[in-house]
Design a protein around this ligand. Sequence first.
Ligand code: PMP
Length: 395
Amino acid sequence: MKLSHRIMHLTEGGSDGWGVFYRARELKAQGHAVTELTIGEHDVGTAPDILAEMYASARDGHTGYASVPGTDLLRDTVAARVQTRTGVPTKRHNVLITPGGQAALFAAHTAVCNPGDTGLYLDPYYATYPGTIRGVGAVAKAVQTHAQDAFQPRAEEIDKHADGAVSLLINTPNNPTGVVYTPETLGAIAETCKRRDLWLISDEVYDTQVWEGTHLSPRALPDMADRTLVIGSMSKSHAMTGSRCGWVIGPEEVIDHLINLATHTTYGVPGFIQDAASFALSAGQGPEEEVAAPFRRRREIAGRILARQNVVGLVPAHGAMYLMLDIRATGLSGEGFANTLLDTHAIAVMPGESFGKAAAGHVRVAMTIDDEKFGDSLQVLCDFAGELSRSAAAS
Ligand code: PMP
């Protein structure tokens, strides 16, 4: 029997740079001690008071079908939070609750892309982006960013690829680079979207993890609220990755259509999860800062270790739970370096090549293990890179 073109071509196949990750997992399953600095999973679980609220809600009977667009309480809570953080008037009708940010990304692209339209995204990129765009039948087209620009996108390159495109997907604070787009970058992107009539899909799931400056949502830029769909999530801000609770923020007309999509796909998010999310958001910034604090601390630890050597370069990391390290001085590719590091020191990092072409010669380090172990592992990585670069220079 034949399967659809869309499902068969969701991912491109071939080597995608995730081999190191799977190898590390296999070694662990075989009982080897491997230090994993790979994926964006906190080293703490969801806070006990959020879990207690989840249980209380379920026990009180919120276990049936929940309201498909999201409960009034959670939609109102998310709308108020977004309005407070961005200044953009936001009401319940601008919010659709989804099973995580990933479902929100899919919904947003479904809302704006026709089959065959081009959806743009920026390289390096979060692993699911091209598949999500292809998943709605659109053509996924990468626009490169550059290490020498610290991966800040150039608006003129977006412009160059905009013929036939209907949307641009951006992510700040950025996974995988840890870069936060500057107001100038976001301003230029917004102008390009207006000039080329593009929807801007703004993935802001790391908006509570900004280490310098503040988070700027491009929806708040002049005349952008009507063409911007914001992706949000409880996953990273409240260590609720497994609860699958996120949202799309957008114009009421778009949200109305997306409610229709939700009715025909997810049929909503469990009520007890939504109650826990409402409770968590109502507690304000304190708990969000607590969840973010370990990453802030580890970034500082990394800064001190990296400052003592000159082989491994650090892409200016202003947000999110990752560091992008430039290891080109070792003479290896990101993939080569990551594989050798795993083999010789049992430390797993993600090759830059797993996130596209632009971060070749880099590795991404997730700051998701305890401080001391994190510092020790980073020191080992730097010493190893130093040895490699000395032997590369000698040969
Ligand atoms: N966007 C980015 C940039 C991410 O890193 C992730 C998760 N790693 C997501 C979206 C999806 O997150 P979730 O579905 O858990 O909300």
